[in-house]
Write a protein that binds this ligand. Structure first.
Ligand SMILES: Nc1ncnc2c1ncn2[C@@H]1O[C@H](COP(=O)(O)OP(=O)(O)OP(=O)(O)O)[C@@H](O)[C@H]1O
Ligand SMILES: [Mg+2]
Length: 230
């Protein structure tokens, strides 16, 4: 992987929560690197700081100390608007719960990120339909989320995450709410997207099968990352 482009890097990343009266040192100087084309699984016990870490990488939260470099630029130092741009131009998010908008169809939900970015209606309709075909939902374009199964909804969320053609997809327990069969379908989809499109994934998961599909597994333990790379 070492000849690949370094997309994300954290340097001495700390997150300390003080809100509850007690001091919680959740991340204690994490150094991490993610290269283009990789699929990396983040593992660790409940409460270890996996979501916290992903939120910092995705500029959804700020670290207590340390740097988050995207292609060499520290996103922590950016203003709110630039952080918004970083998220919408370079990242795709998949959460444990799909967070689809209930009043919009699968097609509209997927189109939404591109419309925000100012793509034309026609162009975003076409790309959204293509992505929904890739995730196996070309027969479900006009369905509302409530008219889809759990696995189908999560695949709509995957298509939506890919819509902005992101450098990195950040996923937080994407198959946590799926039965075994649907989880396996989703994992195969990730694998194929990585192989065929070279899509880079950073996936928090408890699922051994999904972790085994990754090129690299890293473990968050006692506020640090145990990584085979470093
Ligand atoms: N805003 C907050 N204020 C105070 N403590 C917080 C806050 N957010 C998270 N924590 C604490 O930080 C720790 C790490 O939380 P985090 O959500 O990152 O865990 P996780 O590894 O994703 O766990 P899980 O596998 O259960 O999702 C938890 O103990 C949690 O209580
Ligand atoms: Mg979590």
């Amino acid at each position: 992987m070492n000849n690949r482009e370094l997309l994300l890097e954290t340097r001495d990343l700390w997150k300390i929560f003080n809100e509850t009266g007690t001091t919680l040192e959740i991340l204690r100087g994490v150094n991490f690197k993610l290269y283009a084309g990789e699929t990396v699984a983040i593992m660790g016990a409940s409460g270890a700081g996996k979501s916290t870490f992903l939120n910092l990488l995705g500029a959804l939260d700020k670290p207590t100390k340390g740097e988050v470099l995207f292609k060499g630029q520290d996103i922590v130092k950016l203003g709110e608007k630039e952080r918004d741009n970083y998220r919408s131009l370079h990242l795709g998010f998949i959460f444990q719960f799909h967070h689809l908008m209930p009043e919009f169809t699968a097609w509209e939900n997927v189109m939404f990120p591109a419309r925000i970015q100012g793509q034309s209606e026609k162009q975003s309709r076409e790309s959204a339909a293509e992505l929904l075909e890739i995730v196996g939902l070309s027969e479900r374009l006009e369905h509302l989320p409530q008219e889809l199964s759990g696995g189908e909804r999560q695949r709509v969320a995957v298509a939506r995450a890919l819509m902005a053609n992101p450098d990195i997809v950040l996923a937080d327990e994407p198959s946590g709410n799926l039965d075994e069969e649907n989880a396996e379908k989703l994992h195969t989809l990730f694998k194929n997207l990585n192989k065929q499109l070279g899509q880079t994934f950073l996936i928090v998961t408890h699922d051994k099968n999904l972790a085994n599909l990754a090129h690299r597994q890293v473990h968050i333990k006692k506020g640090l990352i145990l990584d085979s790379l470093s």
